[in-house]
Design a protein around this ligand. Sequence first.
Ligand code: FES
Ligand code: FES
Length: 182
Amino acid sequence: MNANEKADTNAHWPAIRFTVNGESRTVNVPPMKRLLDVLREDLHLTGTKEGCGEGECGSCSVRMNDELVNSCLVPVLQAEGAEIQTVEGLALEGELDPLQEAFLQNGGAQCGICTPGMLMAAAQLLAHRPHPSETEIREGLAGNLCRCTGFTRIVASVAAAARSTESNPAMEPELEQTHHAR
Ligand code: FES
Ligand code: FES
């Protein structure tokens, strides 16, 4: 472990290593513990929310190795060596990500329970399809439920974020569109 790595240790369990938001992390936790719980309880990244706990609502969505996954369904063992991005990884140095800004400006968040998962699903979509159609936005967010907004404001938020990337080449994608593994 180098000086920049953080250890979250309970020596009773074997070490599991992965990267979260660009930072190397090591946890010693039961291998079948849910990634959602490891993020929230062991790494104190409480931005990721639990809704259904059954893979149905998308509230717990995170990006893992450039796929969108429901962290409530992922045993942390499967995250060994993975690169994970959570909602905490969107804002850089206190600056809101364009998606977060767009959700704020367009009323894309109300109660907020679905919002971290929506943002990660939208981030996954825009990483591969920077200027999606409304249909593509709806398809990209199809695994994420919202009980408050009626969805229209969320779609408008993602579209606004996509428009903002036209003047922000740093957000252009690296890869072709892939289907999400859920
Ligand atoms: S809490 Fe994971 S999908 Fe609902
Ligand atoms: S804002 Fe409340 S569930 Fe989406």
